[in-house]
Design a protein around this ligand. Structure first.
Ligand code: NIG
Ligand code: FE
Length: 411
C-alpha cells in the first residue's frame, strides 16, 4: 500500500535521523516543513519534503489532500494505568467536600478501592472496559502507549491485568508497552515487608517468565514504598530483564529520584516536587523526567516545575497518567495544552515532550515520535487551523481530524 498525503499546510517534527531524546535546550526547536508532502509505504514513512518535490499522485494507491491542515506524529503517552475497573467519582465528590487524596486513601479509598473492584471484575469485562478507553484515546491522537498493572495487588489479579494489556497489544495496531506495578500500594491486612518479599521472590519471576511485562514500576512515596523497598524491587526486576520506570516525588521527596537513576530507570515520573539534589542527580543520566499535568490539575497539587527542569538543560516528557483516581482522562491534547498554560512550556517544547521524548520514555525512540524515514507512519491530520500554537491555545478541544496508525486511517 502506497499513500501520499499532499498539500500539508505544515508538517511538524521533521527529523532527518532518529534522535534518542531532546535535551531542554533542543526542545525549544520544532523543525517543520510548510506546504509539504508525506509518503507512506508498507506501514513506514518512506519520504517527505516540500510540495515542490512532491511525486505524481498517479503512482499511489491512496492520496489525501491536507490543504489547510497540519500533520503531527501521534502522541506517545508513556505513563498510563488505562486498564482499570470501574470509576471513582465518589472520591472525586469527597475531595470537593474537603477530603484530601491522602485522607481518602487512609479510609480505604484510592488504589485499594480500585483493587477491590478489579479483583471482582472478570478478565473479559476488564478487557472490554479497557478496550473502549484505548479506542477513545487513539481517536484523540495517541499512537503509542504504556500501560501499568497495579490495581490487582494479588498475583491472580495482577496477572489478569497484564493479560488484558497483552490482549490489547495483540488486538490494536499501536505500540503498547506493559509495566508491572505490583508495588502500587500495600494490600489490606498485609505486612509491607512480607508483600515486598513476595513480589521479589515470586511475582517478578512469574511475570517476567511469562513475558507479561517489559518494565517495572514502584510507587516510591511516604505511606507506600520506601527508597529501600524501591531499590530492592528495581534490582529484582532488573535481574529478570525488567527496566525501571518509577513514580516519585508526587507528594513528598524521600530520595526516590536518586534511587531511580542509580538503578538505570528509563524514566522518573510525577516530580510535582523537585529538589536541587534531584536535578543534580538527573544531569548526565539517561533517565527521562516525566511530567503528568493531568494529575496536578485533577488533584490540585503543584505542577511539575517544567521550566526549572528544561532551563537546566534536562529533557522532559509529558504523559497523561490516565487512571481512575488521580487523572481520569487519557487526552494528550489536554496534557499538551495544560503544559503550556500551567507549566510555562512553549508549544514547541510541549509537542517535543509529547512525541520524541515520550517515545524515548517507552523505548520507542527508533520507531516513533518524529517524521523520519523508516519510522512507523503514525501521524494525525488536524482540522484546518492557522498555526500549530492554536492546538494548545484552544484548551479542552482537540482539533484532530484523522489519525493514521502504520499508514492506515483508524475509524
Ligand atoms: O500515578 N501515584 C500513584 N498512582 C496513580 C494514582 C493511583 C490512584 O489514585 O488510583 C498516579 O497518580
Ligand atoms: Fe501513575
Amino acid at each position: 500500500m502506497k499513500l501520499l498525503v499532499k498539500n500539508i499546510k505544515e508538517l511538524l517534527q521533521v527529523r532527518e535521523t532518529s534522535t534518542s531524546f531532546l535535551s531542554g535546550k533542543e526542545m525549544a526547536e520544532l523543525p517543520t516543513i510548510k506546504n509539504a508532502f508525506l509518503v507512506v509505504e508498507d506501514e513506514m514513512i518512506s519520504n517527505f519534503g516540500p510540495m515542490t518535490d512532491c511525486p505524481e499522485s498517479i503512482d499511489f494507491d491512496q492520496v489525501e489532500d491536507a490543504s489547510g491542515k497540519i500533520v503531527i506524529p501521534t502522541w506517545c503517552d508513556s505513563h498510563t494505568h488505562l486498564v482499570y475497573a470501574g470509576n471513582r467519582e465518589r472520591e472525586f465528590v469527597d475531595r470537593i467536600h474537603g477530603l484530601t487524596y491522602e485522607e481518602i486513601a487512609k479510609k480505604g479509598g484510592g488504589i485499594l478501592n480500585s483493587a477491590k473492584t478489579l479483583q471482582n471484575t472478570s478478565e473479559e469485562d476488564l478487557y472490554q472496559q479497557s478496550k473502549a478507553r484505548l479506542k477513545a484515546v487513539m481517536a484523540m491522537g495517541t499512537g503509542a502507549i504504556e500501560i501499568k498493572s497495579g490495581y490487582g495487588l494479588t498475583l491472580e489479579a495482577e496477572l489478569k491485568m497484564l493479560r488484558v494489556i497483552k490482549r490489547l497489544k495483540e488486538a490494536f495496531p499501536i505500540s503498547v508497552k506493559a509495566t508491572f506495578l505490583g508495588a502500587h500500594a500495600v494490600p489490606k491486612n498485609t505486612d509491607k515487608e512480607t508483600y515486598v518479599k513476595e513480589l521479589i521472590e515470586s511475582w517478578i519471576p512469574k511475570i517476567a517468565g511469562e513475558n507479561l511485562a517489559e518494565y517495572i514500576d514502584v510507587f516510591c512515596e511516604t505511606g507506600y514504598f520506601s527508597v529501600e523497598d524501591t531499590e530492592a524491587i528495581l534490582k529484582a526486576g532488573k535481574a529478570y530483564g525488567l527496566k525501571a520506570k518509577i513514580h516519585v516525588n508526587q507528594f513528598t521527596t524521600i530520595g526516590g529520584v536518586a534511587a531511580g537513576v542509580k538503578n538505570d530507570a528509563l524514566s522518573v515520573d510525577h516530580l510535582e516536587l523537585l529538589l536541587e539534589a534531584d536535578i543534580q542527580v538527573l544531569q548526565n543520566s539517561r533517565t527521562m523526567p516525566v511530567a503528568l499535568p493531568g494529575c496536578s490539575y485533577f488533584l490540585s497539587i503543584p505542577y511539575t516545575p517544567a521550566r526549572k527542569i528544561i532551563d537546566t538543560g534536562l529533557p522532559l516528557a509529558l504523559a497523561t497518567d490516565y487512571n481512575p483516581g488521580s487523572a481520569p482522562s487519557g487526552n494528550m491534547n489536554f496534557v499538551v495544552s495544560t503544559a503550556c498554560v500551567k507549566m510555562g512550556m512553549t508549544p514547541e517544547e510541549a509537542i517535543n515532550a509529547a512525541t520524541i521524548n515520550g517515545a524515548y520514555a517507552m523505548g520507542l525512540e527508533n520507531q516513533l515520535g518524529s517524521i523520519t524515514k523508516g519510522k512507523f507512519a503514525n501521524f494525525m491530520i488536524t482540522e484546518p487551523v492557522n498555526s500549530y500554537s492554536f492546538l494548545p491555545y484552544s484548551f479542552g478541544e482537540d482539533h484532530v481530524d484523522s489519525v493514521y496508525i502504520k499508514g492506515h486511517k483508524i475509524e
